[in-house]
Every structure is written in structure tokens, then in C-alpha cells.
Design a protein around this ligand. Structure first.
Ligand SMILES: NC(=O)c1ccc[n+]([C@@H]2O[C@H](COP(=O)([O-])OP(=O)(O)OC[C@H]3O[C@@H](n4cnc5c(N)ncnc54)[C@H](OP(=O)(O)O)[C@@H]3O)[C@@H](O)[C@H]2O)c1
Length: 412
């Protein structure tokens, strides 16, 4: 009798094939079967390696572990739920599915004694969840933030270094396989939102409702915005953050941000991801690596497969002890550029606002506003093609205005 562990793979796309490749280096695992969907697709393996019926894998009791790597979050949820209800061991890379169903997935593991690991769902090859779960299980964290979406970072990097337009950079990202044909989840900031909410559960023990998190993406960024950031010595990065504020409450957001050279994120280029941790006693740490791609993500799945088969599971120590409230609100200082309507400023409840570029087509301003007010007006701003970026406290407003005027980056 073979003493190899048998695994079943659901999905044989970018990540499924990556897992298949890396498993060729593991003599102790045997792939029992691979489930795919499209009967017409050409495959690099013989037809006998595949099934089109997921139940064949789910009902095979000789399989020790299922790797859920399909692209359909709704179907993935049903398959993972069924497996957990039967107390099985599952590894998944599906951040949307996990972020949308986390409380239930935790409860199912506890009730039916199944196991679900999902390191590959957050920042590909960067071992952030295991670090938070196992190493920082007790030490309080002050902040976890980072560049969590490789496609957006690739696009921003190309705008910054090669002066490409947003559309040109997006096409490049798609041609290289960094961005989906429908890039909305990536460039709209949703993918980073899913990841930061999963991180927040492990880092702070708080499940934050996705719809309550302020999220703007990069789909409206222009070469003008990038040049303005350069003029003050910054780069625009899509930063997702979860941090404890002065009142001990958790603040979570996903926002394009002006990032300066004193910040590690400034040096995270192209499709790479970077995560900063700030722990109360350990201080700050930084992890950088490939956040997506076939082999890097396959490697993260492999690490989870090996860990799960060795008996590792998430114990959600901070979720069990959670006492941290979610912040009711916060004040943000932002740069905003949007399509003009009769040259008028958008009717938002600004605390302070200075418009510095106004013509018949474009309005540019710097303003201070409550996060809840931005959240409330998000749809309206997005409909007007708004690009919004957070400005760090160190950047004086006058400096931004001076740089904008000096480099003729204001709409006149
Ligand atoms: N790509 C990355 O770099 C990356 C990184 C981290 C996490 N992820 C996550 O990993 C998962 C897979 O992504 P991917 O990039 O590998 O996707 P992909 O390249 O589009 O491949 C998806 C695979 O899922 C299969 N599939 C879709 N619906 C199915 C169903 N109902 N039943 C059985 N099989 C089904 C497809 O079958 P066919 O082959 O028949 O079409 C295909 O093999 C997603 O959740 C994604 O968010 C991806």
C-alpha cells in the first residue's frame, strides 16, 4: 500500500497548473484527480487526469486533502462548504470567497473539525497569514498595511517609470497575465479589499463588513496625477491598511496614496506585493515578494498542503479573544481630481478644501473630509470619474500646490 498522501485538485488554470508543477518536486504526494469545467479545452495532461464532476473528488474518501483553485467564487463557496461540513481538509486561493464568507467558514471548521488554509489567497507567495496566525498569535499589532494587488501595482509602476497611459499599462498587464480580462476586481480595489479584510481577521481578530470599508481603486488615475506625485517626490501606490487608531479602534481602508521614499512601499515595483507589520514590541517588519502568478501562488498552496497534512490549522487566536471595536470614523486629507460640472466643486461636506485647478473639464483639489462622508458619496464620485489619493501628514498643502503650479500640472 502506498504511504503517499492523496490530494484532489479543483481547477487547473494559472494556480492549479502552478500547483501541479511544484508538486512534481514532492515525492510524498499523489494527485488523485483534477476537476475542471470546460470539456472542449485542450490540456497539457492526458484526459484521464481530469474529471468534470467535482463530486467525484468530494466523495472519494481515499483523498486526504482538496485544493480548491477554481475561478468561480460562488461555486468555490459551495464546494468548500460541503467539504467542511464533512470535516475534510481544504486549501483555497479564493480571496473573494473567503472574505465574503469568513465567519461561516470559521464556524464550520470549529463545528465539524475540518481544516481550511488559504495563505495563497493573500499576497501569493508572501507568508503573511501564517506569520500573523502563528508568530503574532499573542503580541498586539498596531498596523498591517501594504500593496496587496500586483496588477494595480504593475500599472502604476508603468505610469510612473515609462510614462505609459493607464490604458497602455493595463493592456500590458493583461498580455503578461497579471490582470484579468475583466480587471474590475483588481483596478477597482476590490481584490485588495478582500485581502485586507482577511488580514484584519488574523491580525486584529476583527471581521470587518466589506461594504463598510472605504475603497477607491486606480482605474481613473491619469498621467497628470502621477506627474503631480512625482513633482513632490512621491509615487502613487494602491495601499490597503488596517490599523489601530489613538482610541484603540480598528481603521481599515483601501486608497491610492502618495508614498514617499522613506516608506518601504515606495520600492515595491511592478507586479510585486509588499506588507508592512508594526507590532507593539517587535517593532516594524516588511515582507516583499511575488503576489501572484502560477508558480509563486502554486508554491503558497503547496506550503499550505504540506502544513495541513502535518496537522497545522488556523486557530484564529485573536478572533477568539477579540475586543477591538471598528472605528466609527476618521478624518482623511485627500487629493481629488474629477470631471467638472460647470466648473463647480463636488458638493461634499469638506472640513477644509482648496481647489487649485479648475477649468471647464477638470477640477483638482486638496481637501479634508470624514471617511464616512467619502463612503457615502463614493458612487457619485466614481460616476464623475474621480481619482482620489490620500496625502500623508508630512506633505504640506502649500508644497503640493507650489509643485503643481511650477510643473504646470494644474488644469487652467
Ligand atoms: N492567478 C493568480 O496569480 C492568483 C493568485 C492568487 C489567488 N488566485 C485565486 O486562485 C483561484 C484560481 O485562479 P486562476 O488564476 O488559476 O484562474 P484561471 O486561470 O481562470 O483557472 C480557473 C480554473 O477553474 C476551473 N473552473 C472554473 N469554474 C469551475 C467549476 N465550476 N468547476 C470546476 N472547475 C472550474 C477552470 O476550468 P477550465 O480549465 O475547464 O476552464 C480553470 O481550470 C481564484 O480564486 C483566484 O482568485 C489567483
Amino acid at each position: 500500500m502506498s504511504n503517499k498522501h492523496k490530494i484532489g485538485i479543483l481547477g487547473f488554470g494559472c494556480v492549479g497548473q502552478g500547483l501541479y508543477d511544484v508538486l512534481q518536486h514532492n515525492q510524498l504526494l499523489e494527485i488523485a484527480n483534477i476537476c475542471v469545467k470546460d470539456k472542449e479545452k485542450e490540456r497539457p495532461l492526458p484526459a484521464t487526469a481530469f474529471t468534470f464532476d467535482a463530486q467525484q473528488l468530494l466523495q472519494d474518501d481515499s483523498i486526504d486533502l482538496l485544493a480548491e483553485l477554481i475561478s468561480d467564487p460562488k461555486e468555490a463557496y459551495l464546494l468548500v462548504k460541503q467539504a467542511l461540513l464533512e470535516g475534510k481538509t481544504v486549501v483555497s486561493a479564493n480571496k473573494k470567497m473567503i472574505a465574503e464568507n469568513l465567519p461561516e467558514l470559521v464556524q464550520l471548521q470549529q463545528q465539524y473539525k475540518g481544516v481550511l488554509l488559504y495563505e495563497a489567497a493573500v499576497c501569493g507567495s508572501i507568508p503573511i497569514l501564517r506569520t500573523l496566525e502563528a508568530y503574532y498569535s499573542t503580541e498586539p499589532l498596531k498596523e498591517v498595511s501594504g500593496i496587496l494587488n500586483g496588477s494595480s501595482n504593475y500599472i502604476l509602476h508603468k505610469l510612473d517609470t515609462e510614462n505609459l497611459s493607464y490604458e497602455e499599462a493595463l493592456h500590458q498587464a493583461q498580455a503578461l497575465g497579471f490582470a484579468e480580462t475583466d480587471p474590475t476586481l483588481d483596478v477597482g480595489g476590490y481584490d485588495a479589499l478582500h485581502k485586507i479584510c482577511i488580514i484584519a481577521a488574523h491580525a486584529f481578530g476583527v471581521v470587518v463588513p466589506l461594504q463598510k470599508v472605504l475603497r477607491f481603486g486606480i482605474s481613473r488615475v491619469s498621467t497628470q496625477d502621477v506627474a503631480l506625485a512625482q513633482a513632490v517626490g512621491a509615487r502613487i501606490k494602491l495601499v490597503a491598511s488596517a490599523k489601530i487608531n489613538n482610541l484603540g479602534e480598528l481603521e481599515v481602508q483601501v486608497l491610492p496614496t502618495f508614498v514617499f521614499p522613506d516608506n518601504e512601499l515606495y520600492y515595491v515595483h511592478a507586479e510585486f506585493n509588499g506588507v508592512q507589520l508594526d507590532a507593539r514590541f517587535a517593532g516594524s517588519q516588511f515582507l516583499k515578494g511575488r503576489g501572484a502568478g502560477s508558480h509563486p501562488t502554486g508554491s503558497a498552496v503547496w506550503a499550505d498542503v504540506s502544513a495541513a497534512l502535518a496537522g497545522y490549522k488556523y486557530t484564529y487566536p485573536k478572533l477568539q479573544a477579540a475586543t477591538t471595536p471598528v472605528a466609527a470614523d476618521a478624518t482623511l486629507r485627500v487629493y481629488l481630481r474629477l470631471a467638472a460640472q460647470n466648473g463647480e466643486l463636488p458638493n461634499l461636506p469638506w472640513h477644509e478644501v482648496t481647489s487649485f485647478g479648475v477649468n471647464s473639464q477638470v477640477v483638482q483639489l486638496v481637501g479634508t473630509i470624514l471617511r464616512s462622508d467619502l463612503l457615502q458619496h463614493q458612487q457619485e464620485l466614481e460616476a464623475r470619474g474621480a481619482f482620489i489619493a490620500q496625502l500623508p501628514d508630512e506633505l504640506a498643502e502649500e508644497e503640493l500646490l507650489r509643485a503643481a503650479i511650477a510643473t504646470e500640472l494644474v488644469a487652467a
